[in-house]
Write a protein that binds this ligand. Sequence first.
Ligand code: 0A1
Ligand code: ZN
Length: 883
Amino acid sequence: MKENNTPKTIRLSEYQAPNYLIDTVHLDVRIYEHYTDVISHLAVRANPDVPTASGQPLELVGVELELLGIEQDGATLALDHFRIDGEVLTIKDVPDQFTLLIMTRIHPKQNTSLEGLYVSKGMYCTQCEAEGFRKITYYLDRPDVMSRFTTRVEAPKQAYPVLLSNGNPVERGDLDDGRHYVIWEDPFKKPCYLFALVAGDLSVVEDHFTTSSGRDVLLQLYVEPHDLDKCEHAMDSLKRSMAWDEEVYGREYDLDIYMIVAVSHFNMGAMENKGLNIFNTSCVLANAKTTTDMGFQRVESVIAHEYFHNWSGNRVTCRDWFQLSLKEGFTVFRDQQFSADMGSETVNRIDDVNMLKTVQFAEDSGPMSHPVRPDSYIEINNFYTTTVYEKGAEVVRMIHRLMGKDGFRKGSDLYFERHDGQAVTCDDFVQAMEDANGVDLTLFRRWYSQAGTPHLKVTSEYVSDQNQFSITFEQTTLPTPGQPEKLPLHIPVAIGLLGADGKDLALQLSDGTVLDPLNPVLELKQAKQTFRFNGIKEQPVASVLRGFSAPVKLFYEQERAELAFLMSHDSDGFNRWNASQRLTVEVLLDLMSAYQEQKPLYVDSLLLESFRALLADESLDQAMVAKMLELPTEQFLAELLPKPVQVDAIHHAREGLKRELACGLRQELQQVINRCHMDPEYHYNVDAVAKRSLRNVCLAYVMTLADDEATELCLSQYREAGNMTDQLAAFRALAHSERSEKTQVIADFYQQWSSEALVVDQWFMVQASSPQPDALDNVQALMQHEAFEMTSPNKIRALIGAFCNNNPVNFHRLDGAGYAFLADQIIALNNINPQVASRMSTILTRWANYDRVRADLIKAQLTRIKAEKLSPDVYEIVSKALN
Ligand code: 0A1
Ligand code: ZN
């Protein structure tokens, strides 16, 4: 672990091109029982683009390496020619061109940080993004140094029959002592963060894909033998991704082989290493028995995401880590487009926006707020955030809306062509969009540099004797750390005006401009702007920010009746759903006041009757109906509503609303459950997923009543379900209830699934998110469970993460026990896995959103953590939170 209490801040403004380049790397990785030796042969030369490079010392970085020896141009380097200072190996007096041979020893079995080379369930694997390669050998570990890699992997043959690295296998052979080796050659230059190596005893599933130019690509999915029955969906998703990227972006795959390896211990979802993706098992394995529909969706989107990186990330990579969103924002946008094309566009958009508003908006209003292109960091691993990923994707989506589909494609073609094989910046991406379309995006660029969520206040007026509807937008962005003053942004606002018949009216502005009926967008560029629509013969209902066309907080007062009208008529599916959310939030606010004033809960009949109509109408998109019926989560409400967060009122209002709706709509809910009966066979397609989601939303409502009938319904679904979606829904409803039957069901579920690690994660997660008051005690007891492992990020997320993130009422207990529990875990994890520890600590950064009592309790825990000897990862979060 890097131990340092005043780590250095790295700044974008201080970027300098490297003094040296590395043209080729020959790595020889020899795996032994207790250690691994890495012999690295580098061809180095001074960077011709840096006039002052010649004669400068060469500085390589390495972390936790044991240096065994160095040779320069074939001769052992004398001790007075180099020195090691912390993580930096400096070699003096180097010529303009030379070779280096560096021999190091590492200890992968002791590496619990899961960066560099480590061991997961007996399998050796690597994670080099962002700066893990320096834990394998001394190197110029920065993305703008791109080299051709040849990798020889050597290990005992029986224990590690499969030896993989990037590119194509070119040689293999047996050695003495039961050892063997394979040599891999990657013909593409790449930065070292895309390096990967795997050694293990793995089974493989194979398939083929023929590219648009007729080349055959071998597709391989490596898994543990008992997971062979969970590969089909990932393989199918991969082939669909490859075809989609050819069709939508004109991008063809470039190697003869594409490999994916599933590992149990992984800090993130997956990694796009060239030709050898490494995946968290949770993002690749799926079958009907063990995986929910949500799990299937996740696999499909992560497989696509990593595949799309082959162009947006690998062929064109980032110049420095401040440009991370160049590859991540663009690739998330691409995977979102793909998922929309594979399933329901509206439902996907709803899920993405919900996540953005819950997590990214919260990040953007706290002490870790940063622009899509950050301008400084202490630890880059802390910047794999929803701002860089999801807000970054929203920024690309806005460009897509402004350029239109064809214009965007022209821009992406130019970007890939112009920068193939290069390490570039976010600005290069915008420049390609501008150049291909002949537009000026100067103002738009502020989205990359300005942090914080813009507030967009909207007012409107209808002047009937002029047949004119005018709408005024005022944009403001609150100060964020380091950015006290904010500038207006270029915001595309998609809009519609509905007539009394619910149909969209034609939109003509007072200056004569006619808005494109297929994509009506107003472009805001000033702090305050008014648009006037002429020829509006009746008072319309406005549908603003359709499809969530910009990542802003919208403030537009509309009557409840108008929301109900939009809910049943808006031609934009997203805004239809959004109207239902807004109406639900209004009703929740009524209930929160009632709770605080200790009055009986009364539910506005407008909502009840709207929901009744939704349940009855079989002609509606059933997935959409399910989404509309799902109440906003407590975390979403915590972010949305005024501060301090009313933790208990939110919880009780929401629970109360669920019960009231269940009571008032019991018959209709039961009818939907009967209509959406469970199928004996599992199919993963849009209709089947929609039907299951609607059935299970209704089941959850009914079970809030927890009477004998509802309990029996859940128990029989739990027993009879033929797939994990239905089984888990029933399990969750029972486990979260007060019914005594749950004890047996919880034990039974574990017994049934104890050999399936990913299902056990679900089992932990359900218990950790229980609203019952014993949740924290249970979580603490489960930390001792045989299946819990402090070295497994999946287990930590399932138990500790789920409790702290998804169980607000218990985590924010007024006695502070939830906070103390989390702090204990962060302190323990800081030594085991700093990345995971740091992610957990971001939860505590939100203290300012809570009342004095809670805020003081959280700050006390932050102070306690800060007093420890911390990794830079945790130090950065905790110190910024206390600033
Ligand atoms: N580039 C990967 C995500 C990833 C990032 C960092 C990691 O370790 C710190 C691991 C994976 C992606 O976007 O899929
Ligand atoms: Zn990515």
